[in-house]
Ligand binder design. Structure first.
Ligand code: FEO
Length: 395
């Protein structure tokens, strides 16, 4: 399988239709994905990135249909994570002396993972260039912490293509490979999920990096990331979206997340949702049971929310493990400028709300004072505090 990106640049990656999870089980993949590798054939032949290890044989067989592997003059390793570098060991067995261009940190990650310090590494940094003939050059831009310390983007002059690696990617499999061929709702849902779950912790760096790249004044006709579609129709739309998402993004949405043992906490969740809706009919209100929902999709909902409420019954002096694990993930993602409220039922000791409050404060949410904390099963009168929670979250 191959797609022409532009002129002498072809996509030679892997559409991973059946991928269901990523980063182990840390990221749910519901619409497939792709690992994008690119072949540039100018006076010099350049391979940009490879695909994940399980697909290495297929990748190399496809590559052989395009070129004699010995014609590859340079390999660019934009990032050392195995979804992009995993075919290198098999490839380097066949062309062991081929120069690999990457950041200093990528030498560490590639050597650490594959144990081939003898590979012909060539370290590059921001602004370094590589002449590939026919008047074209590759320009390297370090993308440190977007999302690994070794990440890098590569820009092709003449064709004005930014090979951005993980940045601007999405986990989605699209048969047409370009953004204008994708279902737009699916594409943007997956682009946002990817940002919220992978890049959000690095938002301050995203803003700086966008400023830096814009400051280069390089024309960008195509953004070719390492996952999902290639942005050829108005490619800067994804850059503009990142600039917005990186800047304390929120929509007019309040979301209630909870888990329950015997439905008392469920009643609280629904009552809070009702009160928010009554007070602010234009606000999008959503309710999710953490245990029965996709935890990554829930993080996208947090990302969109200006305020959340989190509920759990008290269990053995703490909270349900489903909620505790999810709150740990929430803390990792470093959301900013969002409010939170807590609620939960208890039978005996009732520490749940205190634990929820501490964990949400640790996650840097502004936790409002009103809460619902009810022993045993709440009656209607026990839920009146839902109104105060709604007021505080909307304030
Ligand atoms: Fe950080 Fe797509 O790997």
């Amino acid at each position: 399988m191959k797609f022409n990106v532009k002129n002498n640049v072809d996509w030679v990656g892997k559409i991973d239709w059946e991928l269901e999870e990523f980063h182990g089980s840390d990221y749910s993949v519901t619409k497939g994905s792709s690992q994008n590798a690119y072949l540039i054939r100018e006076e010099k032949t350049v391979l940009i990135d490879t695909v994940w290890t399980p697909h290495d044989e297929e990748f190399i067989e496809n590559l052989k249909k395009e070129i004699d592997l010995n014609e590859i003059d340079y390999i660019i390793a934009n990032h050392g994570e195995v979804d992009h570098s995993g075919s290198l060991p098999a490839l380097m067995k066949l062309i062991p002396d081929t120069p690999i261009y990457c950041t200093a940190n990528a030498v560490k990650s590639l050597t650490g993972q594959f144990h081939h310090p003898e590979w012909n590494f060539n370290v590059v940094k921001t602004g370094d260039t590589l002449d590939i003939g026919n008047g074209k050059q590759l320009v390297f831009v370090e993308m440190r912490m977007l999302h690994w310390p070794d990440s890098m983007a590569t820009y092709l002059t003449g064709d004005n293509i930014l090979f951005s690696n993980d940045a601007f990617g999405q986990h989605i499999a699209v048969s047409g490979m370009f953004n204008d061929t994708a279902n737009q709702a699916d594409l943007w849902e997956q682009a946002m999920k990817y940002y919220a779950n992978i890049l959000n912790p690095f938002s301050p760096l995203v803003l700086k990096k966008i400023e830096e790249i814009v400051g280069f004044n390089l024309p960008i006709d195509i953004i070719a990331p390492s996952h999902g579609v290639i942005w050829r129709d108005n490619p800067l739309q994804i850059v503009e979206a990142y600039a917005k998402w990186a800047d304390a993004y929120q929509e007019d949405q309040v979301t209630i997340f909870y888990d329950t043992m015997w439905e008392s906490t469920t009643k609280m969740a629904h009552r809070i949702a009702d009160e928010v809706t009554k007070l602010s009919p234009g606000t999008t209100v959503k309710v999710f049971n953490i245990a029965s929902s996709d935890r990554n999709d829930l993080m996208t909902e947090v990302f969109k929310s200006k305020a959340i409420a989190v509920g759990s019954p008290t269990v053995t002096s703490s909270i349900l493990t489903t909620v505790a694990g999810w709150l740990h993930f929430l803390t990792e993602l470093k959301f900013v400028n969002k409010k939170a409220a807590v609620f939960g039922s208890y039978g005996w000791s009732g520490e749940g709300n205190k634990v929820l409050r501490e964990k949400l404060e640790e996650a840097k949410f502004e936790v409002v004072e009103p809460e619902i904390r009810v022993q045993w099963r709440p009656e209607d009168k026990d839920l009146s505090e839902a109104r105060s929670i709604a007021e505080a979250l909307l304030r």
